[in-house]
Design a protein around this ligand. Structure first.
Ligand code: DGL
Length: 280
């Protein structure tokens, strides 16, 4: 009888936003196990210096891989992906997939050449974003909004606190004024706010995020490694664990299940204290 291989994927974010990516990965690869790791003790990354994001992200992921060897790491956080990928790739020996604000697909979809870009305050400031816009969206008017409230509103959804619609209307007013027909969700927390965003911007035709593209990339990496599809139909249930560097968010188990993920085992204050790694 051939051996069943169950791939395992580490999905990392500062908080619950990466669940919007984990859910797409699970849809594409329902037999894979997922370790979800959130550095919520340092949330929000959008307000942290780059050096802190790099250090914490690398230390937590290296430690997680020691305890839970994985086949692919997904940095399901735009804010971290813009700064951490080179350091992390030099420390781990599995493929690392980062998230890029979906400027290129948005530029391909817009009909009126007016695009809104919603991201964290840190991401909208990064030169990396200027390069993406120059490379893929020349000829488009790109209106950027880096609002500090949106990530927290997404986090609050987990414990059943609804989005303050009036404040969201104000936060995205410049996108309404610019008449954008396409909005890039350049932060993985924002797909969780989509219903409220649609209410604030009813004229927007295309909402673009990176979740499905990431899921396809993870799947093709697993295929290349000979790991995808092997467990399909063998009766293996995928396992999902959720590790938080701070407290386990109230309501997280139910919330993950509403996102279509299997019931996770959740652990807080993981791994105890942030390991001091001289190699980072
Ligand atoms: N989910 C993260 C992102 O995609 C960021 C949230 C934060 O500021 O921590 O950028």
């Amino acid at each position: 009888m051939s051996e069943t291989v169950v791939p395992r994927i580490l999905v990392f974010d500062s908080g619950v936003g990466g669940l919007s990516v984990a859910a797409r990965v699970h849809e594409k690869l329902p037999d894979a196990s997922i370790i979800y790791l959130a550095d919520n003790a340092a949330f929000p990354y959008g307000g942290q210096p780059e050096s802190v994001v790099i250090e914490r992200c690398c230390a937590l992921i290296v430690t997680a891989l020691e305890q839970f060897p994985c086949d692919v790491v997904v940095i399901a956080c735009n804010t971290a992906s813009t700064v951490v990928l080179p350091s992390l790739r030099s420390l781990v020996d599995v493929p690392v997939v980062g998230v890029v604000p979906a400027v290129k697909p948005a530029a391909a979809q817009t009909l009126n050449h007016r695009i809104g870009l919603l991201a964290t305050p840190a991401t909208v400031r990064r030169l990396y974003l200027d390069q993406l816009v120059r490379e893929f969206a020349t000829g488009c008017q790109v209106e950027r909004v880096g609002h500090p409230g949106l990530v927290q509103w997404a986090e609050n959804l987990v414990r059943g606190v609804s989005v303050p619609q009036d404040e969201l209307d104000v936060a995205v007013a410049s996108l309404r004024d610019a008449g954008v027909d396409t909005v890039v969700l350049g932060c993985t927390h924002y797909p969780l706010l989509l219903d409220s965003l649609r209410q604030s911007l009813p004229d927007v035709k295309f909402w673009v995020d990176s979740g499905e593209a990431i899921a396809r990339r993870v799947s093709s990496l697993l295929v290349e490694a000979g790991l995808a599809g092997k467990s399909s139909g063998c009766g293996h249930a995928s396992e999902v664990a959720a590790l938080f560097s701070g407290n386990v968010p109230e309501g997280i188990v139910d919330f993950m299940m509403t996102q279509g993920l299997p019931q996770p085992e959740a652990k807080g204050n993981w791994p105890g204290s942030l390991p001091d790694r001289g190699d980072i």
